[in-house]
Design a protein around this ligand. Structure first.
Ligand code: NAD
Length: 333
């Protein structure tokens, strides 16, 4: 990585994107361009807050023009062309997406437009501008209907359970075409259940913490709490992105997950212990879009990216709860 490198981070105002930008700026690796349309899938105020923190922390980089924030849509081809021409992008971390699994069932066209067609526009410009490395945030959801555990990159991924998973898998395959035809270096990171400070409000960790401070929030517990998820702490995920941006090895798909699935009932118990509160719950049959388990085989990431998940789910939840209390002024009685 060189000081002259120029990183375009799409979805940079979101949960993972804002952490990635924080690390890129902290490491002082080069210019950073943030592109996000601040959509209202969840409150744009949360995204604005993420950006304000970055602007305050890196005010000199904003002033000297080495950190640029652009409010815009990845589906706006003219805007993308302007960005590539003006800023001479060398690396892309593509995280902009509609990321809700359940909400994708009622908006298939919208998910196709952003997650598939939007990715295609970026791949096209990346190829014509001969950028050095393209890293794409994909998901463990692509494993879909399978009895094979843990999930390995070579699994077929032929039966996605949701439009979200299908659009991400389709984008992964399209990326292969750009590698094949144009020789574009592309690393696909299949992320497993990412959580941590500034986490998404539609995801379970945040909802559970909210339920600790608001007794009117009732949590749907699927499969009697038997459902298992391979929760992966944000800092570990960011390490993987930083390493992946520094590679140029053609096309690779790499799982990024902790490799230690835990039951939803245990996950809830731990948050209740941390907060000292009882969460209101109701039992629900699991949704058709949700697999019973996500379980990451991370051996390829360990080999190619020196990936070592450093944060156990217990430590990670404690850090997240500490952030949550501060952010939402939780008073301990
Ligand atoms: N959080 C997880 O557990 C997880 C797991 C697997 C994969 N991922 C993937 O990682 C990426 C980031 O996820 P996140 O959890 O930070 O979600 P997020 O919703 O917080 O971030 C996505 C960002 O993309 C922006 N965006 C959406 N459509 C856009 C468009 N058309 N143009 C420009 N910006 C747009 C949104 O405003 C948002 O800020 C996504 O691609 C997601 O699919 C996340």
């Amino acid at each position: 990585m060189l000081k002259s490198d120029v990183y375009l981070v799409t979805g940079g105002a979101g949960f993972i994107g804002s952490h990635l930008i924080d690390h890129l700026l902290e490491l002082n690796l080069g210019h950073v361009i943030l592109l996000d349309n601040f959509n209202d899938y969840y409150s744009p105020r949360i995204k604005q807050r993420n950006i304000s923190l970055l602007e305050a922390r890196y005010s000199t980089r904003v002033l000297d023009g080495s950190f640029i924030i652009i409010r815009g849509n990845i589906n706006d081809e003219e805007l993308l062309k302007m960005i590539f021409n003006k800023y001479k992008i060398t690396h892309i971390a593509h995280l902009a997406a509609l990321a809700g699994v359940r909400s994708s069932t009622s908006q298939i066209g919208k998910y196709m437009e952003v997650n598939y067609a939007g990715t295609q526009l970026l791949l096209d410009l990346a190829a014509s501008h001969k950028i050095t490395q393209f890293v794409f945030a994909s998901t463990s959801s692509v494993y879909g209907q399978t009895d094979k555990l843990p999930f390995v990159e070579t699994d077929s991924c032929a039966q996605p359970l949701s439009p979200y998973a299908a659009t991400k898998r389709a984008a992964e395959m399209l990326a292969y075409v750009y590698y094949n035809i144009h020789g574009l270096n592309i690393t696909i990171l299949r992320l497993f259940n990412v959580y941590g400070p500034r986490g998404r409000p539609d995801m379970m960790p945040f909802k559970l913490m909210r339920a600790c401070i608001d007794p009117t929030c009732i949590i749907d517990v699927f499969d009697d709490g038997e459902m298992k998820r391979d929760w992966t702490y944000i800092d570990d995920v960011i390490d993987a992105f930083i390493n992946a941006l520094d590679q140029q090895y053609g096309y690779e798909i790499i799982n990024i997950g902790c490799g230690n699935p835990i039951k939803l009932s245990k996950f809830i118990e731990h948050i209740e212990q941390l907060s000292g509160k009882q969460i209101s719950k109701r039992s629900m049959k699991s949704h058709k879009t949700e697999p019973p388990i996500t379980y990451c085989d991370n051996s390829k990431a360990r080999k190619l990216l020196n990936f070592v998940p450093k944060t156990s789910v217990y430590e990670g939840l404690e850090k997240t709860w500490n952030w949550f209390q501060e952010e939402y002024n939780v008073k301990n009685d």
